[in-house]
Design a protein around this ligand. Structure first.
Ligand code: GLN
Length: 304
């Protein structure tokens, strides 16, 4: 498969829609990003990189961090994790509070904000400085030392995190957060504020495409069964309440973020990451979703 030519074709085909959609503005720092960026990268299991456009420009990974904090929390807790967070699509926006009351403070899945706050709580219990542990984990998976979180983005989100604070206090009232809420919110906002580019993210997700083994180091990070399960959760819950439509259109496990990134994988083959900050109303990148849809249409590489 000539992925380089394919990415160039996708970029060319998408020119008319790049810049459409709305940049997330509820986090003030994110509102400053131009909607006209577009980057896309494919990294194969043997490490071969194909990239176009802004694929090497760092962006705010936002909810894509939930995928990696899930891997870390799962390493800490094993299957006990599922007593504190569910595995069903929520069918509600990623920052919705409504289900939490009916479901006794147990979030529907780890990829909505409430679920990721539980993951952050687990990491706060386990690590003295959880954001450093997550950054270190990302560096290991991506094989890249320069990854960091952006302090301005983290501060900007923390200052306006009223909704996430409401969720966190609510879950704490049910006993599903163990650490002080401000500490959990600090960690969560810093995880979301990690900056990475498409190439590094596509490389980092290879651990799932490679059934739990980091290809460039040979390190087994999780069992093949756990990699399958996390990939399944990406398919059913990874793109907010548009996950059904995304599976229909794209047919790959994926995790999106309101920074405009979408990270996907083709099991046994490659990681794919696209970034374009203009969002659809669901919070997924508009050009990014179309790019991945075009990718699977042209290559036939979906899981179906
Ligand atoms: N940091 C964002 C928030 O908590 C992440 C949301 C997202 O990317 N969907 O609202």
């Amino acid at each position: 498969m000539d992925y380089q030519a394919l990415l160039e074709q996708i970029q060319h085909q998408l020119q008319p829609v790049i810049g459409q959609g709305r940049v997330a503005s509820y986090i003030p720092e994110l509102a400053k990003v131009s909607p006209h960026h577009f980057g896309m990268a494919v990294v194969e299991l043997d490490g071969t990189v194909h990239a176009v456009g802004d694929a090497r420009v760092p962006f705010s990974i936002q909810s894509i961090s939930k995928l990696f904090t899930l891997l870390m929390a799962f390493q800490c807790e094993g299957d006990a994790l599922w007593q504190r967070v569910g595995r069903e699509p929520s069918g509600n926006p990623f920052n919705s509070l409504v289900q939490l009351e009916h479901e006794s403070g147990i979030p529907r899945n780890p990829f909505i904000n409430a679920g990721a706050l539980v993951l952050a709580d687990i990491l706060c219990t386990r690590f003295a400085v959880p954001e450093n542990a997550v950054v270190e984990f990302m560096r290991r998976l991506a094989g890249e030392k320069d990854i960091q979180y952006d302090r301005r983005v983290a501060r900007s989100e923390r200052d306006t995190a009223h909704r996430n604070a409401a969720m966190a206090y609510f879950m704490r009232s049910f006993g599903n957060l163990r650490n002080p809420v401000p500490q959990v919110l600090d960690a969560y906002c810093r995880h979301c504020a990690i900056e990475m580019n498409c190439v590094d993210l596509a490389r980092a997700v290879l651990v799932l495409a490679n059934r739990g083994v980091v290809p460039h180091s040979g390190e087994r990070l999780l069992s093949a069964s756990a990699a399958k399960r996390v990939s399944a959760l990406m398919l059913t819950c990874g793109t907010y309440d548009a996950a059904g439509d995304f599976a229909f259109r794209v047919g790959l496990p994926a995790k999106s973020g309101v920074g405009g990134g979408i990270l996907a994988l083709v099991p046994g083959e490659c990681g794919v990451c696209v970034w374009s900050p203009g969002l659809e109303p669901s919070g997924n990148s508009l050009a990014g979703s179309l790019a991945l849809e075009t990718f699977t249409t042209l290559t036939g590489r979906s899981i179906f």
